[in-house]
Design a protein around this ligand. Sequence first.
Ligand code: KIV
Length: 287
Amino acid sequence: MTQQNAARNPGLYGGKSSRRITVRDIAAAKRRGEKWPMLTAYDAMTASVFDEAGIPVMLVGDSMGNTHLGYDSTVPVTLDEMTMLSAAVVRGTRRALIVGDLPFGSYQEGPAQALRSATRLLKEAGVGAVKLEGGERSADQIRLLVEAGIPVMAHVGLTPQSVLAFGGHPVQGRGEEAAQQLLRDAKAVQDAGAFAVVLELVTAELAAEVTRSLHIPTVGIGAGAECDAQVLVWTDMAGMTDWPGGRMPRFVKQYARLRESLGDAAKAFAEDVVSGAYPAPEHSFRS
Ligand code: KIV
């Protein structure tokens, strides 16, 4: 976006304001029919790059289990890990709304546990909102958090914390019964007070219907073009992820080839060290 356009645009992306984005700004964007981008972030330096690029909402996703902590899924991620990385992302940003994920096991026991976990993320990490998975089954948790003044982003469709129950990553909402359940889930989280809802791996037609029927924004990942917002895991978006078996999911679009660039940089450094080309005189100190 040019500077002139940015000055005219009151929007979430490219808007002029340097204060933190709030959930009120998100609601206003839905009323304006404005689409917006969200990326995951897990550390201060990367988050600062996205903040400078104007990304208005960042999710400290429990996808950190796969991308940064070396786990096979999001299931092992702990609240301690989430708190530490969320705090780093908050410190690295000035404008974006930072959403911290509630990891598996930190809210399933019920509303009281959800409130304890979310309170920790707000007080210790400084996030502006939390996200949790589940539709009807998580509505009581969402309601209590919202009553306590905690903005909640919900997450329905494919919910990765239930990967063992799903037995993989199947597309959600196919067939009349599944579609009706997904609509009920989306409505339940809206009624419970969520300010936005992630739709993951949902057919494009159903995601469009959900988006039309809700007054809160939908954030799609593998859910077609009609959602109000789109989210990608940043390491997927930037070509950093090493896909198991080399199979990149269909919904990912890569905007850079960071894995290759970083590998090339590491090799060039190693070759310079081995050949003696680095450090050169200009990198050295003299007495
Ligand atoms: O953890 C995560 O990164 C997520 C997004 C994929 C929505 O939940």
